[in-house]
Every structure is written in C-alpha cells, then in structure tokens.
Ligand binder design. Structure first.
Ligand SMILES: [Zn+2]
Ligand SMILES: [Zn+2]
Length: 254
C-alpha cells in the first residue's frame, strides 16, 4: 500500500471529480492521503474532506505564495489544529521563486507556523523554493527540530537534505524525481535514509512521468515510489512499506 503525503483534493481540478479520484486511489493501492491546507478561507473544505473520508487527513496553514491572504496568528493555527484529523501545520515556508521584492512577511509567517507547531505538538509541512538557506536558518532559529516535520516536494541537493534530516525532518519526493533532467534530485533519492523519506503527488500539480503535464492525482504516487525503488535498486514493496511506516510515525496516524 502507498500513502500520498501531500495533495490538494479540495482544488477544483480534483474536487470536481472526487468520486473518480478516490476510486482511482483504491484501485492503485493508495490507501491514505494528506490533504494539505494552503489558506484559512479554504481550510473548511480541507477539513470537510477529512471528516467525510476516513482515509483522508488534513493540515492547516497559509502558503507562502498567498501574499494577500488573511494572516494567520499562532493562536488561530493552534486552535484549528486541535481537530483529531488535522495531523500537521502547513504548508508553510519560503518561496523566492514565485514572488519577488521584500518578502519579510513570508519569513514572519513561517516563524508563526513553526511556533504554532511547537505549541500544539504537530509536525510541520515545509515548502521551500529558491530559498533553502533562509528556510534552514529560520527553522534553526525557531527550534523547528523540537517538533520535526517534512520538507515537501523536495528539489534541493543532498547538503540541504542533510541539514533538514539533522533537524528531525523527513524528505518527501514528488513527481519531479521522475523527470529526466532531475539529476541532482535523483541522487538525493538514492541517498536519503529509507526510514526518513516520504512520497507525494502535490496533486493536481506536478504529475509524474508518464502523466507529465496532465492533472495529477493521488493514485499516481505509485510512479514516484517506482522511480525511488529503481534509483535505489530495491523492490517497490520496500519503498511502499517504508514510506507508509514513515508517514504514520511522523503524523501519528494508524
Ligand atoms: Zn508546496
Ligand atoms: Zn502543496
């Protein structure tokens, strides 16, 4: 069985075909999925999915690309995270690729999420793009290693992976690892300890080969696992078992 550790089932591309998307999950042995929150106003949609489906979990956070969104407070995040199906805080982090200019607000927002995670005892889902040094620095300054979490949709090198691993974070591979030109990332997928990696789709985005360019869905997470298994020269089953166990250990779910 596989678990999709990061997807956005409430986004229209998936929500409009939810029945089919969930049926495809079943048929592809994707037993569970974490539907990650990206804004406070869409959080009720995320939570509703987690409440309706036993095998769907939720997280609460405001994405670093959402410049104009209502700013979450630490207290607000902690309160929303009290729900039993909310297993993490995020996604949060830094993105210097999508937005330019003075991004101090992103760094402040990231710190708020780390403080909330530490207060409520739930792990972090960290998004980092073109901002690895600042992401790691803020994680260190805010004591993120005390709560841990996952570096989702990892696209950095082994040095960044090692720094994150040292702070009790897991490394999550997305469909990007199946792309031919992802040479550095494929090397990371060979080296990250098996007991510290997760797999994800980030659906509806980033569909793995052979679906590249199409709408992604949790069922496709199997293709990420297949590429990791191929790169490491181990059976697919070993990747499936390890990433499933890792997911359950990190997010405290059965
Ligand atoms: Zn992300
Ligand atoms: Zn995401």
């Amino acid at each position: 069985m596989f678990i999709d550790s990061h997807c956005h089932l409430n986004f229209p591309e998936l929500a409009e075909n939810l029945g089919e998307v969930l049926e495809n999950m079943r048929r592809s042995d994707v037993g569970q999925a974490l539907c990650v929150g990206v804004s406070l106003d869409k959080f009720p949609q995320v939570l509703a999915l987690a409440e309706q489906y036993e095998n769907i979990f939720a997280s609460v956070g405001v994405h670093p690309d959402h410049e104009l969104d209502a700013e979450p407070t630490q207290e607000m995040l902690v309160r929303l995270a009290q729900h039993a199906k909310v297993v993490a805080i995020g996604e949060t982090g830094l993105d210097y690729f999508r937005l330019k200019g003075d991004l101090e607000w992103q760094r402040i927002r990231f710190r708020t999420h780390i403080r909330a995670a530490r207060e409520c005892g739930k792990p972090l889902i960290v998004h980092t793009r073109a901002a690895a040094a600042d992401t790691l620095r803020i994680m260190e300054e805010e004591g993120a290693e005390q709560i841990g979490g996952v570096m989702h949709c990892f696209t950095e090198n082994m040095e960044v992976a090692e720094a994150a691993l040292a702070m009790n974070f897991y490394i999550s591979f997305s469909g990007i690892v199946t792309f031919k030109n992802a040479v550095v990332l494929k090397e990371v997928a060979r080296q990250v300890p098996l007991n510290r990696m997760l797999i994800e789709t980030d659906a509806p985005y980033l569909a793995p080969v052979p679906f590249r360019g199409k709408v992604n869905q949790p069922a496709y997470v199997k293709h990420v696992a297949e590429e990791v298994a191929r790169l490491r020269g181990i059976p697919l089953e070993e990747v499936a078992n390890a990433t499933t166990e890792n997911f359950r250990r990190l997010f405290h779910v059965l």
